[in-house]
Design a protein around this ligand. Structure first.
Ligand code: PXP
Length: 237
């Protein structure tokens, strides 16, 4: 069954708006797991406007499920991940000033760079995942880096889902089948929601994990965190 990892960056964004400790990101991580999340994702960005590096260290001991740290592999990020030793690291090609991740890796151009970083994490027993779009060249070259998994960048699926769901999912099915043939595990994330998640999961039931933040935390404002997590889990095949 596909696992649900809840990205708690939005909780930190809300906390940072006031400078205090409300809402508390540690409590959020604990509660998401109690309410059924199969994992917690954090994405420390260089300017620390969401989850901070300090949060990542503090959250580690309360993780009872799976911890996934996402980010651009700067030297600082690599040191943080190696010291925290999460279950999984997801590497994204984010520019420093990106509002959110808005593209996958060009794995052909960055293959040598990524191969070295993937090897360094794997040596420490940390599973690796590379954020990529559905272009087969990027998936084939991701496999050549030695990564354990890819994470499919689902924003284009979410953006065209309401217009033509069949057309929107098509490149994702092809990409996921190719990744599976190449022996890669497959995660997915970005703009997945209660509206589009079930169809995604039904069409690609062999996805290992989805990572969801923005829509889930927004839904929780109206539906409550426990109820929302359960609703998202029910969308997954
Ligand atoms: N995966 C990656 C690599 C991301 O950068 C993000 C956003 O931080 C997500 C998944 C989750 O996206 P969303 O917040 O739209 O659910």
């Amino acid at each position: 069954m596909t696992k649900l990892s809840v990205n708690i960056n939005k909780i930190a964004t809300l906390r940072n708006a006031r400078g205090g400790n409300t809402p508390n990101v540690l409590t959020a991580a604990i509660n998401c797991q109690l309410f059924g999340a199969d994992g917690i994702t954090v994405h420390p960005r260089p300017d620390e406007r969401h989850v901070r590096y300090r949060d990542v260290l503090d959250i580690r001991p309360v993780i009872t499920t799976e911890f996934n740290i996402e980010g651009y592999p700067s030297d600082e990020f690599i040191s943080l991940v190696i010291s925290v030793k999460p279950h999984q690291v997801t590497l994204v090609p984010d520019a420093h000033d990106a509002i959110t991740s808005d593209a996958g890796w060009d794995t052909l151009r960055n293959r040598a760079f990524l191969t070295d970083i993937v090897a360094a994490f794997r040596k420490k027993g940390i599973r690796t995942s590379l954020f990529v779009d559905t272009n087969p060249v990027n998936i084939e070259n991701a496999a050549l880096t030695g990564t354990d998994r890819i994470e499919l960048y689902t924003e284009p699926y979410a953006a065209s889902f309401s217009g033509n769901a069949v057309k929107a999912i098509e490149p994702f099915i092809k990409a996921a089948e190719l990744a599976r043939e190449l022996g890669l595990g497959i995660n997915a994330g970005h703009d997945l929601s209660l509206e589009n998640l079930h169809y995604f999961s039904e069409c690609i039931p062999f996805i290992d994990e989805v990572s969801i933040g923005h829509a889930l935390i927004s839904d929780a404002l109206y539906l409550g965190l426990e109820n929302t997590i359960q609703m998202y889990k029910r969308q997954l095949v």
